[in-house]
Design a protein around this ligand. Sequence first.
Ligand code: PEP
Ligand code: MN
Length: 258
Amino acid sequence: MTTNFLPVLEKSLNTEPVIIAGPCSAESLDQVLITARQLKAIGVKIFRAGVWKPRTRPGGFEGHGNKALEWMKIVRQETGMLTATEIGCAAHAEAAVKAGIDIIWIGARTTASPFAVQEIANSLCGYDIPVLIKNPACVDIDLWIGAVERLYNRGLRRLAAIHRGFKIPELNHLRNAPLWDKVQIFRKTVPNLPILCDPSHIGGSRSKISAISDEAFERCYDGLIIESHYNPDTALTDSFQQICPDQLAHIMKKWTQR
Ligand code: PEP
Ligand code: MN
């Protein structure tokens, strides 16, 4: 395993710590713009929104796709924030790069598929774009390391990991278990790879986000990716876990003062 991951993400982005925030899904131009303006006002520099939504079962809201990429461009132009979105296949990767998305991430469901990750890695070969790799939902640290390696082997160097928790049986107080000690094994295997925490998908509800973020802070994570919506109750996806920008401002305080 090659462990020489340089340059690290936060240096290449020139933001320290890395705080990425925005809605689970891009729902409309108004929704992304209103949310982005509020996030910018509290000091967030990187705006996230899902434009393709991987749903466990068909029939739910699956994102606005290419139309939403246009909204992300407008967010970038209007606010000057960097934009980040999830990709799940090579076609998404190509569309995101073409639309000028600044940072892409590979979601938990995709990290679990070596074929999909390899196709994404092949399609990104030659692009100097930061890629964040979420852990797979199953407790398989090697699968996560393998996804990092597939990107690294195709020349991508601006890489970072995201700990978004693991699906384990009979977990009732959180949506996904933050297996901090298991993730420590991952961190030791790829020691130069920055790691962010996604407390939203770990917690699954608004009241849990702050304590999980604090735990990541104590464990010297490099930053957070948090779902935030100007009106979480109306969100089309993950409504229960999205927080308002003013709640995020409290959570961010200790990170920006570090
Ligand atoms: C997301 O970030 O909106 C998402 C779908 O996350 P995950 O891949 O961690 O489930
Ligand atoms: Mn989500």
